[in-house]
Design a protein around this ligand. Structure first.
Ligand code: ZN
Ligand code: ZN
Ligand code: ZN
Length: 149
C-alpha cells in the first residue's frame, strides 16, 4: 500500500527529527553511533537498537547518512512522508539525499539554491510560518468554544 504524503505539521516526530543529534554514542551499545531515527520513540538510535533491541520491535526507523559534515536522509525514504519536490537533492554514493538541516553559517541563513530549499528544516520552517499560525489559531478557537460551554 502506498503511504500517504502528509503536510509537515501532521508528522508528530518531524520536530524531534529536525532537532536530533545523530552520530552520538548509543547509550545501550557503547560501540555504536546513532545513525537511525525511531519515529515511534522519536529519538536517534543505533544499528543494534534498530535490528536487535526488543524495545524497538515493530517500530519504523529511518537511516541517516553523513556527507560534507551534514546529516542527510535518502530521498527514497523521506519522500514517503514529505513532498521533496522543493528541496534540493544531493548525492551520497550515487543515491539522492536531502539534508536535514541547513549548513551552519555565520549570520542569517539563506538557502543557497534560489528555487529550492537546501534542507528539510528550511522547508518546514517556511511552511510552519504560514500553516502553523493557521493551525494554532484553529486550536485556540476550538479551546475557546470549549471553555464557553
Ligand atoms: Zn543502540
Ligand atoms: Zn523505537
Ligand atoms: Zn536553507
Amino acid at each position: 500500500m502506498k503511504k500517504q504524503k502528509v503536510t509537515p505539521h501532521v508528522l508528530p516526530w518531524l520536530k524531534s527529527f529536525l532537532q536530533a543529534e545523530f552520530y552520538n554514542r548509543c547509550g545501550n551499545h557503547h560501540d555504536n553511533k546513532c545513525n537511525f531515527f525511531c519515529i515511534e520513540c522519536m529519538k536517534p538510535i543505533c544499528d543494534s537498537c534498530d535490528s536487535k533491541s526488543k524495545q524497538h520491535t515493530g517500530h519504523v526507523s529511518l537511516q541517516v547518512y553523513k556527507a560534507s559534515r551534514r546529516t542527510g536522509i535518502r530521498n527514497e525514504i523521506m519522500k514517503n512522508y514529505l513532498n521533496l519536490g522543493d528541496i534540493h537533492p544531493y548525492k551520497i554514493n550515487s543515491s539522492p539525499i536531502v539534508y536535514i538541516r541547513p549548513k551552519k553559517e555565520e549570520g542569517v541563513h539563506k538557502c543557497s539554491t534560489e528555487s529550492k530549499y537546501c534542507s528539510i528544516e528550511c522547508k518546514v520552517r517556511a511552511f510552519s510560518n504560514t500553516v502553523y499560525v493557521i493551525f494554532f489559531y484553529f486550536i485556540s478557537f476550538l479551546l475557546r468554544i470549549n471553555s464557553l460551554q
